[in-house]
Design a protein around this ligand. Structure first.
Ligand code: ADP
Ligand code: MG
Length: 284
């Protein structure tokens, strides 16, 4: 399908507030391609560089060295910044910081309005975007009266209304209750599957990463593991080493395996674990 975003030996560091002090690299020589239409999860403990990496994808951060390109456009070239931001939209952790209007539909219209889209076209895009995140019935509501999950879905609708081809979500579920988390994840999955929108989903929840096509694990600004969820979560020792959990079902299989029981360790969820245990019991 081809890639939509490419990182080529990218380094980034923040400037220190103190003179003569040079901070370590926050992103350290990262090379990767994000395939068009894919759903990629980015995992890593606090401070591992996930948000810095996310902000490199749409020219909020510009590399110190190396290049980031979005559909061939170099993010270091300011002439491309508008076009890049139209292509890659961002959703952040705190839903309250992302709402700018007092009525849901006005909030969703804000992005396309700023792009200079014609009013009739805005109307159409807002309705479509709200339907896509299942918030159309709330189009006349006041955002502050919505739940966290609903607010995040409105924020996602705002990005969709700009017709971005890729959405980068930086821990969008971190502040939500379990219901809100499920709403946001299933909404994002649907946008990926039905509209083909490329998704980069930063999370520290293992169960959310399990459903991705690909999982990228970061530590100290570097990509340390990159593969399918099964490939990644079967490397339990390495994940634990960098301060990450593994899914509970994987942990159970791992512990049983360590006790000498012949069970696979590349198990991702409760169903697979149940099936493996059932098979084991049947074979006795
Ligand atoms: P994550 O999102 O994985 O928690 P970040 O990308 O926010 O990680 O941070 C990566 C590193 O950069 C950390 O060491 C963090 O302390 C540092 N950092 C993040 N933002 C800033 C900033 N504005 N100024 C200086 N250092 C920062
Ligand atoms: Mg972060």
């Amino acid at each position: 399908m081809g890639s939509i975003i490419e990182f080529d030996n990218v380094c980034f560091r923040y400037e220190s507030d103190e003179e003569n002090q040079i901070l370590p690299l926050a992103v350290d020589n990262v090379s990767l391609c994000i395939e068009k239409g894919s759903f990629v999860a980015i995992l890593g403990h606090n401070g591992s560089g996930k948000s810095t990496l996310a902000k490199l994808t749409n020219a909020i951060n510009i590399p110190e060295s190396g290049t980031v390109t979005v559909k061939g456009m170099n993010t270091s070239d300011e002439g491309f910044t508008d076009e890049i931001r139209k292509t890659v939209g961002m959703v952040f952790q705190n839903p309250d910081n992302q709402i700018v209007a007092t009525i849901v539909e006005d909030d969703v219209a804000f992005g396309p309005e700023n792009l200079g889209v014609a009013p009739s076209e805005i109307r159409r895009r807002v309705d479509e975007a709200l339907k896509a995140v299942n918030m159309y019935d709330f189009r006349n509501s006041e955002p502050h009266k919505l739940s966290g999950g609903q607010k995040q879905r409105v924020a996602i609708a705002g990005v969709i209304a700009m017709q971005t081809e890729c959405i980068v979500l930086d821990e969008p579920t971190a502040m939500l209750d379990p219901n809100g988390r499920k709403e946001v994840l299933s909404t994002v999955r649907k946008l990926n599957e039905e509209l083909g929108i490329t998704i980069i989903f930063v999370t520290h929840f293992m169960d959310e990463a399990v459903t991705a096509d690909r999982v990228i694990v970061m530590d100290s600004g570097k990509v340390i593991i990159d593969g399918t969820p099964r490939e990644v979560f079967s490397q339990a020792d390495k994940l634990i080493d960098v301060g990450l959990d593994i899914p509970q079902a994987t942990q159970l299989a791992y512990a049983l395996n360590a006790e000498g029981i012949d069970i696979a360790t590349d198990i991702l969820d409760e169903n697979e674990c149940a099936e493996a245990i059932y098979k084991l019991l049947r074979s006795k």
